[in-house]
Write a protein that binds this ligand. Structure first.
Ligand SMILES: Cc1cc2nc3c(=O)[nH]c(=O)nc-3n(C[C@H](O)[C@H](O)[C@H](O)COP(=O)(O)OP(=O)(O)OC[C@H]3O[C@@H](n4cnc5c(N)ncnc54)[C@H](O)[C@@H]3O)c2cc1C
Length: 419
């Protein structure tokens, strides 16, 4: 049986869409298979209470060199290029200036050590100053940035991201998830609600079984998360065990977002931010009235996100409201109503937030990004060796994998020369 398509793309998140856009320009027959009924994966804008709220990615990090910036500009989608309110504790609530300075100093010392005298263990926790009273603060930041505690993350991996990122962090008021999901080329064959059950090698290339039938192609690009790749929902040939091993060394951290609606008169000012408790590793970070909207985005990472995952959104909302009431006064309880909560870790086709490398294994990203022969290519945020954990890193990895597939299949020059 001959191949029906030149290339199959498995997964319609930012990486799959990046690959699709690149391949669509080359004019070769491509089919995108997505398990869910919607596009975007960890990019997901939900229209709630009349507002487009991002449950997954929300910030165009390194906005000045982020591929989604150019895509938004070309589509006439407005970006907000203001600086975020991160790191500015509104009215120093619960975090006096002297303590903020001390905490920021502890952070600077830790980053300097990671960069200049990285620990031989490659464990990010081993660069924390002994006996630092700001350990919980650093753990909370590690949770927000990497989704995991310092003990779990590779210093080399962390620094690679840190060094490559720029200070531009922008937003799409209409939603980052909406921007990504609307960027699939219209002429591309797309099958939603088609979870891939197995991938096999066949004489023509690859044979992929889905819940809605089997498809053959000369090559496939696999873009699922590392949790999915290392898990058991897709049956893969034994020859791919080294890729699954690499995925296990790049687990997904824990991050969840909860949105509270603000009702009635309240002390919450637009575009401000507070850290719930700088001495609590499980603390939430609260972005208040983004774009002036009557909502608070509550962001949990690492230990805080695990609390939400294990005990559920009701406990998560109560925890967030307690933290805000402790800072703004208990009257604000009457102004806050739960709106919506993410549950990334519990979604079987996702399984967490974004990848981090375990100590000693930053090179697993390059291992995961290697093609298998000339027929299976790997993309997804975890395969990017410095823009991992982001939607633009995912996109660029998809373009890279598509270029590899085009070169490997010996496709016509117009396919290869496109940029
Ligand atoms: C709470 C949170 C906040 C974040 N904040 C930011 C941020 O501000 N900025 C930023 O840049 N990034 C952020 N990220 C990370 C960013 O969202 C991800 O790095 C990026 O979206 C990952 O894209 P991907 O294509 O690699 O993977 P995914 O989005 O996971 O896409 C993989 C796709 O594969 C599909 N799939 C899985 N199994 C199968 C199967 N068997 N068959 C077919 N399809 C399958 C999935 O449904 C999914 O659609 C955040 C993530 C979270 C969770």
């Amino acid at each position: 049986m001959s191949a029906e398509f030149d290339v199959l793309i498995i997964g319609g998140g930012a990486a799959g869409i990046g690959a699709a856009r690149r391949l669509a320009r080359s004019g070769i027959p491509v089919l995108l298979l997505e398990a869910s009924a919607r596009l975007g994966g960890r990019a997901w804008t939900c229209e709630i209470a009349g507002y487009p709220l991002d449950l997954g990615c929300g910030w165009l990090h390194s906005g000045d060199r982020n591929s989604w910036t150019a895509i938004a500009d070309a589509s006439g989608i407005v970006l907000d290029r203001r600086e975020p309110a991160w790191g500015i504790q509104y009215r120093d609530l619960g975090f006096p200036p002297a303590e903020q300075n001390a905490a920021k100093q502890a952070l600077a010392v830790w980053r300097e050590r990671l960069s200049v005298t990285p620990p031989a263990s490659d464990c990010a926790a081993d660069a924390v100053a002994a006996g630092s009273e700001w350990n919980a603060y650093l753990q909370a930041l590690s949770g927000f940035i990497s989704g995991a505690e310092l003990e779990r993350i590779s210093a080399t991996d962390y620094i690679a991201y840190d060094k490559a990122s720029t200070p531009c962090n922008w937003r799409a008021p209409s939603g980052y998830g909406a921007l990504i999901a609307s960027s699939l080329p219209l002429n591309l064959a797309f099958r939603p609600s088609s979870p891939v059950e197995s991938v096999e090698f066949a004489p023509c290339g690859v044979k992929v079984a889905t819940a809605t039938g089997t498809v053959q192609a000369r090559a496939a690009i696999l873009t699922v998360s590392t949790a999915v790749l290392a898990g058991s929902t897709i049956k893969l040939p034994r020859a791919l065990d080294p890729w699954r091993d690499a995925a296990r060394l790049l687990p997904l951290g824990r991050n969840e977002k909860l949105y509270l609606e603000i009702v009635g008169g309240s002390p919450f000012e637009p575009e401000t931010q507070v850290l719930g408790n700088p001495r609590d590793a499980a603390s939430g970070a609260y972005y208040i009235r983004p774009f002036g909207r009557p909502v608070i985005e509550c962001f949990f990472g690492g230990e805080g996100a695990r609390l939400v995952e294990k005990r559920g959104p009701v406990v998560g909302f109560a925890y967030a409201i307690d933290q805000l009431a402790a800072l703004f006064g208990s009257d604000v309880r009457q102004n806050l109503r739960p709106l919506i909560a993410s549950s990334w870790s519990r979604m079987v086709r996702i399984g967490g937030a974004y990848s981090y490398a375990v100590p000693g294994h930053a090179a697993a990203r390059q291992e995961l990004a290697r093609p298998f022969e000339d027929r299976l290519f790997f993309a997804g945020e975890a395969t990017h060796h410095y823009d991992f954990s982001t939607a633009h890193g995912a996109y660029d990895s998809g373009v890279r994998a598509a270029d590899e597939a085009i070169a490997a299949l010996g496709l016509p020059p117009q396919a290869r020369n496109e940029t």
